[in-house]
Design a protein around this ligand. Structure first.
Ligand code: DQA
Length: 145
């Protein structure tokens, strides 16, 4: 199976960006965790600061991926266009956050992505990604049976 792991804006700065919120691991560390958690599955791991590019990557996942993990970062709270792109997918989608947005500012409580996600993993730092990868691959496997 092929798993896409997509990361939205500012996640390239992981490790230096608000470490008290997001921790000290870098995005490369997170990628390594995802690859380990995915076992034999192929992980396509991407990050972009641009909304349109994130949407292009979601569209690419339409015909290339068996499951999708997405940390939409700030765009999760704002982007109807990202929601619309995700709606075109038929593969399982798992939303993932390092922090727990529900325990933070009000504007982080709404996620457009949650409406189309099979589930959400948040609040466990980089471990959120490992759990999300396992969940997404589990859902993909169920579907292929
Ligand atoms: C985040 C949470 C979002 O609210 C925030 O905009 C981010 C990161 C997280 O992983 O905790 O950029 O998605």
């Amino acid at each position: 199976p092929v798993l896409y792991v997509l990361n939205g804006p500012n996640l390239n700065l992981l490790g230096v960006r608000e470490p008290e919120v997001y921790g000290r691991e870098t995005l490369a560390d997170v990628q390594a965790r995802c690859e380990r958690a995915a076992g034999d599955a192929t992980v396509v791991f991407r990050q972009t600061n641009h909304e349109g590019e994130l949407i292009d990557q979601v569209q690419e996942a339409r015909d290339k991926a068996d499951a999708l993990v997405i940390n939409p970062a700030g765009y999760g709270h704002t982007s109807v266009a990202l929601l619309d792109a995700l709606k075109t997918l038929t593969i399982p989608i798992v939303e993932c956050h390092l922090s727990n947005p529900a325990a933070r500012e009000r504007f982080r409580h709404r996620s457009y992505v949650s409406a189309v996600a099979a589930g959400v993993v948040s609040g466990f730092g980089p471990v959120s990604y490992e759990l999300a990868v396992q969940a997404a691959l589990g859902l993909a496997q169920e579907r292929s049976r």
